[in-house]
Design a protein around this ligand. Structure first.
Ligand SMILES: NC(=O)C1=CN([C@@H]2O[C@H](COP(=O)(O)OP(=O)(O)OC[C@H]3O[C@@H](n4cnc5c(N)ncnc54)[C@H](OP(=O)(O)O)[C@@H]3O)[C@@H](O)[C@H]2O)C=CC1
Ligand SMILES: Nc1nc(=O)c2c([nH]1)NC[C@@H]1CN(c3ccc(C(=O)N[C@@H](CCC(=O)O)C(=O)O)cc3)C=[N+]21
Ligand SMILES: [Mg+2]
Length: 300
């Protein structure tokens, strides 16, 4: 039996349509155009894919999109000055600094510099704390997109065994919080987990967010499980010609799809959902900053 392939691209389009609808209402009723600023320091392959696809989607939804590409040698002072100016800019409602950043910069200090009201990545201690204590928060885009897709696919998630591989502040931890809130029994695995294969075999829901190409083989997957592959890895693809590359996830798609009940592909799975949820979070931020009602269907 072969898994149903979850079309992240199509589902993302439905989220973006809701976003565009809210944007046009905000503009018509309140003269507010949500604005998103993205900051990229230096180069990172996964980040470049993200930047490329983001600007287009933002403008398509009727929002303002600003990109700041800074050289790898940018000093912390210069980066903070930029963040300060974006914090103060009333036309900007969402600020995202792409990670990883070069080693001389501190991700923690960068996040602390961003106004939590504009922290559309949900990385600030304020947003992480609100999420962990069950209060209204800005949830990180990728976990938010995964949650929306899981609810759409499986309905009620309560009681399901969820295993998340990866414990980053950006993906693994907020994913765990969101699934816990939906009453899953949540396990977070990481590089020190003793028997990862056995741990993953218990899961009704597997979320792989590691950054290791195709590390989860099909024989770790419980038959019928739902597999969400967050990984974005670029690997050589000599079959496409010399020097060519292709994107793969953290799951070995070909073997896993023979066992899973549902599985997300890479590309075309979680990536487009992340972008759609980034736009959703920017609209949510614009509403909250202006004291307006929450947009329906765009928050967790
Ligand atoms: N599709 C999308 O929209 C997005 C994709 N990504 C991609 O998702 C992946 C993960 O991103 P991110 O969370 O930021 O990554 P990080 O590098 O911050 O975290 C990776 C996590 O994986 C764990 N890990 C590493 N090696 C192993 C191993 N052998 N076995 C088990 N766990 C392991 C690490 O454990 P430990 O903590 O012990 O070191 C860590 O917790 C990347 O490929 C990234 O490009 C990220 C964001 C959005
Ligand atoms: N502060 C921060 N927040 C992030 O959310 C963040 C980050 N830094 N750094 C980089 C990673 C990676 N990431 C991606 C999002 C979408 C696609 C995406 O659109 N993928 C498409 C593209 C396919 C293609 O163009 O070939 C897909 O998977 O189908 C990729 C990668 C967000 N990240
Ligand atoms: Mg990281």
């Amino acid at each position: 039996m072969s898994a149903q392939i979850l079309d992240g691209k199509a589902f993302a389009a439905t989220i973006r349509a809701k976003v565009a609808d809210h944007v046009s209402r905000l503009m018509a009723d309140h003269d507010i155009q949500p604005g998103l600023a993205v900051v990229l320091v230096g180069e990172d392959p996964a980040s470049e894919v993200y930047v490329r696809n983001k600007g287009i989607a933002t403008r398509e939804c009727g929002m303002k999109s600003v990109e700041h590409k800074l050289p790898a040698e940018t000093s912390a002072e210069d980066l903070y000055a930029l963040i300060d100016s974006l914090n103060a800019d009333p036309s900007i409602h969402g600020i995202l600094v792409q990670f990883p950043v070069p080693d001389h910069l501190s991700e923690r200090d960068i996040v602390a510099r961003i106004d939590p009201a504009k922290d559309v990545d949900g990385l600030s201690v304020v947003n992480a704390g609100l999420l962990a204590s069950g209060q209204q928060a800005m949830a990180s885009c990728t976990p938010l997109g995964c949650l929306m897709l899981l609810r759409d696919t499986l309905g009620d998630l309560s009681g399901k065994d969820a295993v998340i591989i990866g414990r980053s502040n950006l993906v693994g931890k907020p994913m765990a919080q969101l699934l816990l809130r939906d009453s899953c029994t949540v396990t977070i695995a990481h590089s020190r987990t003793k028997d990862l294969a056995e741990t993953v075999r218990r899961a009704d829901i597997v979320v792989a967010a590691v950054g290791r190409p195709q590390m989860v083989p099909g024989d770790w997957i419980k038959p019928g499980a739902t597999v969400i592959d967050v990984g974005i890895n670029r690997i050589p693809a000599p079959e496409k010609g010399e020097g060519k590359t292709r994107l793969v996830g953290d799951v070995d798609f070909d073997s896993a799809k023979e066992v899973a009940g549902h599985i997300t592909p890479v590309p075309g799975g979680v990536g487009p959902l992340t972008i759609a949820c980034l736009l959703a979070n920017t609209v949510t931020a614009a509403c909250r900053i202006n004291g307006l009602d929450e947009p329906e269907g765009l928050t967790a």
